[in-house]
Design a binder for this molecule. Structure first.
Ligand SMILES: C[S@@+](CC[C@H](N)C(=O)[O-])C[C@H]1O[C@@H](n2cnc3c(N)ncnc32)[C@H](O)[C@@H]1O
Length: 200
């Protein structure tokens, strides 16, 4: 489905970064190594690279990642792309200064597993940044999967990310204009969580 959705010239989620990422990127360790999960057409990875981060984007859509590389070339920055399903992705151990997850809606069992891998994959003091739709989004119908089982809540995320300390967590309604598939008021969960620094 994703290759089909991305198979047009238009960037269907836009070329500009996600609003929450732009607002909160200064929480990510400056200049660090950042992994973007479900990166799609590259808008977030490219913007982060423009801010001086070393960025890797992972996604299961070959077509999306080809567009991501094109966007990086247009912007004159380098990003690494990995074409892989999250179900098969080894995210490594203490490897990333930041991990970013924007509208990465996967089935609950996989999401829980990915989030436990995120905790392991962050370096000490590394930061996880997430925005996703909550189940309330089904009332708004302005984007996201029409499937309650794929939505997230702050309570679930806190549980799945045990081991990180939550620096910011909110469920809110905000205006989202991020490409043709995210258009209008939407119900989201937003989270910033940090891995404890290693004791001296
Ligand atoms: C709504 S798009 C968001 C793209 C990007 N994060 C953004 O905000 O522009 C969701 C993305 O998740 C990817 N995706 C869905 N399931 C996946 C999986 N199991 N493994 C890797 N990527 C997946 C899709 O290919 C798609 O690019």
């Amino acid at each position: 489905m994703w290759d089909e959705r991305y198979g047009i010239d238009e960037y269907v989620y836009g070329k500009l970064p996600n609003d929450f990422l732009r607002e909160m990127a200064d929480r990510l360790p400056q200049g660090g190594r950042v992994l973007c999960l479900c990166e799609g057409e590259g808008r977030n990875a490219v913007w982060l690279a423009q801010q001086g981060f070393r960025v890797t984007g992972i996604d299961a859509s070959f077509v999306g990642l080809a567009k991501a590389r094109r966007l990086a070339q247009e912007a004159g920055v380098e990003i690494e792309t990995i074409h892989l399903d999250l179900a098969e992705a080894d995210l490594g151990e203490a490897l990333w200064d930041g991990i970013v997850s924007i509208f990465c809606h996967v089935p609950q069992a996989l999401r829980k597993d990915v989030h436990s891998r995120v905790v392991r994959a962050l370096k000490p003091d590394g930061v996880f940044l997430l925005e996703a739709y909550t189940v309330r989004q089904l009332e708004y119908g302005t984007g996201g999967p029409p499937n309650a089982a794929l939505m997230m809540s702050l309570v679930d995320l806190k549980d799945e990310l045990a081991g990180l300390s939550i620096e910011y967590g909110d469920e809110t309604i905000r205006d989202i204009y991020e490409g043709r598939f995210h258009a209008g008021a939407g119900a989201v969960v937003q989270l910033i969580a940090r891995k404890p620094a290693q004791p001296n």
